[in-house]
Design a protein around this ligand. Sequence first.
Ligand code: CUA
Length: 296
Amino acid sequence: MRPPADAIGTLSLIVGAIALVIFIGVEGALVYAIWRYRASRHVAGEPASFDRNRGLEIAWTAAPAVVLAVVFVLTLGTMAEISGAGVPPTMRIAATGHQWWWEFTYAGVATANELHIPVDTPIDLELTSTDVIHSFWVPELGPKMDMLPGVTNRLRLFARRTGSYDGQCAEFCGVEHAWMRIRVVAESQAEFAAWLRTQALPRATIETNAERVFLSNICVNCHTIRGTAAAGTAGPDLTHVGARATIGAGVLPNDVERVRAWLADPQAYKPGALMPSVPLSSADLDALAAYLVSLR
Ligand code: CUA
């Protein structure tokens, strides 16, 4: 199969070409009529008139109906293709919208905001939401699909080339709607398998002082770090947060300096986000930022 976005692109070109032919025909006739019957050629007397030209009326009713029927059939074909009709998915990934981040779950292993997929593999995303309506949209890969609380929608994903694809929540979902970015990382089968194996592991570090800072503060109410006692589910799973390219669903690059700034005052970067500022000493902030970035 091909990426659903390719099928949508092909359909757009065909419909655009049909529209262009009609536009040229209609505008051409208009310009010709203006030129042919211009005032300087005016012949005295009433202009010719006619009515009840049955042939003409049938033609200009039937022609648009035929064009629309052709477009309808082409659209049905594309809809079937992009939904993956007849091609069973090799993998299912649960994608859950939150205000304002994405949760991706692979057979029980949760991660956030960065969706890794193998190339040349039909994947079904199972979309839902925990709060309001979000919409999953990665334009280079496929169509938009709503994420509705209490409903699971299915979206076929298929990437043909490796690389990263940017996406964005496409349904206004609150003040930080614009900072609800998606990054899809399409990898070779081997790279993807290695990534998934790592994600399934508990956190790589041993218990350190910095980890105790995390565990003794309110971080644990909302975040999970597998391998520790932290098992909150309101915020992103942080077990391998250091391996992600950004934090805050795209709001900042993921490095020690930026993570520290984020921890010190999340509201400065993402006003309205549910993450509060945690009063920590400067030394604790340094340690916590370095610890989180080390979770790869
Ligand atoms: Cu989520 Cu807009």
